[in-house]
Design a protein around this ligand. Structure first.
Ligand SMILES: [Zn+2]
Length: 383
């Protein structure tokens, strides 16, 4: 595709949408060919999953949409997930910078290959003003239920898998629109607006993201304020499950929340909460922030307080560290009671993380509980 015409990027438009409109304005053999011109000479790929190389995109578009960091910030979900955790793209052990790591176009734009949402009124206004409509990031956040402009419930668009692979699809070209959620959602309009606002505040935040440790410490302070921690810093599991189910039960049947709010999902959440580097999903993180702090701003203030007051070293000398220590000790005790011959080498195979943690931070207890077994030398002579 030879690019002669550039559309004007509209506020909050996704990278996928910008690419689709560039394709619309220029002649190309097909949409995959257009993708190669915009994002690099990757082998034959699906359009919606096309690997994104932003330096190539910016060179091809003569930096009209900005340099790679600007495009990444203004048209993708990259910084949103950097703040809230657990991006939908998998990073390798030595990941390339996100702007040229080759993550999929729809994943970077919408946060998921299967998430396509429309506000009918936005689409109508777009068509009246520009004859084409656009995809917006604010409609595709994990907690987006209503349009931030019109306040109306978003609609789920379901372009076919085949179609998304072959060509770009703009909102007016989709069929099979269904309203998001059912009765449970419409009777909780206030909650939906609040959750949507929370997601957008995260998206629009321009401060440097806090560390995982600071975020976790702030969440624990919120849990403590709700009486959900014991005096030794352990999570009151039963009360925690009751509270979260009571508060977000109306989302339990929503496809984006069913797994996170299932008993298994909440169990994973509790386990990861107690682990210093345990990854919290974006949905879990957002629900906890909404529940414990109400707004992104209040949560950020708490993070700042944690950073200032603690000179933060993750889990060092805090209640959380006790919870982690208890977790690893219990893992060790469970192993000893289950094994007829409990040795360190077997414990390493059964729970390597706990073994490493105990050796590093709790060596005296570990030595007394599971001492190193030394082979007795064979007695070579009687006396
Ligand atoms: Zn709208």
């Amino acid at each position: 595709m030879e690019i002669h015409t550039f559309p004007i990027a509209r506020p909050d438009e996704t990278l996928y949408s910008v690419a689709a409109r560039i394709r619309l304005a220029n002649a190309a053999k097909n949409d995959r060919d257009a993708c190669r011109s915009l994002f690099g000479l990757w082998p034959n790929m699906r359009v919606s999953d096309f690997p994104v190389h932003l330096p190539h995109f910016c060179a091809a578009t003569q930096n009209i949409f900005g340099d790679p960091p600007t495009v990444l910030q203004d048209t993708t979900m990259a910084l949103f997930f950097e703040r809230i955790g657990c991006p939908p793209w998998r990073k390798g052990s030595r990941p390339d910078p996100i702007d040229h790591a080759g993550y999929g176009l729809a994943t970077l734009s919408n946060g998921s290959t299967g998430r396509w949402r429309i506000c009918q009124r936005c689409m109508k206004n777009d068509l009246a003003s520009h004859a084409t409509s656009i995809w917006r990031r604010a409609h595709h956040l994990p907690t987006s239920f209503v349009c931030p402009i019109h306040g109306s419930l978003l609609t789920i668009a379901m372009p076919s898998h085949l179609e998304l692979g072959k060509r770009f699809v703009l909102p007016e070209q989709t069929i099979g629109l269904t309203a998001i959620g059912g009765k449970e959602l419409t009777s909780n309009q206030m909650d939906l607006v609040r959750l949507t606002t929370l997601g957008i505040d995260v998206l629009e935040d321009r401060h440097p993201p806090a560390t995982t440790g600071t975020n976790r410490s702030a969440l624990f302070s919120g849990l403590a304020n709700r009486g959900l921690l014991t005096a030794t810093g352990k999570l009151r599991r039963v009360q925690f499950v009751e509270e979260i189910n009571h508060r977000y039960g109306f989302l339990a049947r929503h496809p984006d929340y069913a797994a996170a709010l299932s008993s298994k999902g909440i169990d994973i959440l509790q386990r990861n909460l107690l682990h210093p580097e345990g990854p919290l999903s974006a949905v879990h993180n957002l629900l906890l922030i909404d529940w414990l702090f109400g707004t992104w701003e209040a949560f950020q203030q708490r993070c700042m307080w944690e950073t200032t007051m603690n000179d933060f070293t993750p889990f060092d000398g805090t209640l959380q560290q006790n919870a982690i220590r208890d977790h690893h000790r219990q893992t060790c005790l469970d192993f000893i009671s289950a094994e007829s011959v409990a040795t360190r080498s077997r414990f390493f195979r059964a729970a390597p993380t706990s073994l490493r943690w105990l050796l590093r931070y709790d060596e005296d207890w570990f030595n007394s509980c599971l001492p190193i077994m030394r082979k007795r030398r064979a007695q070579s002579k009687l006396f």
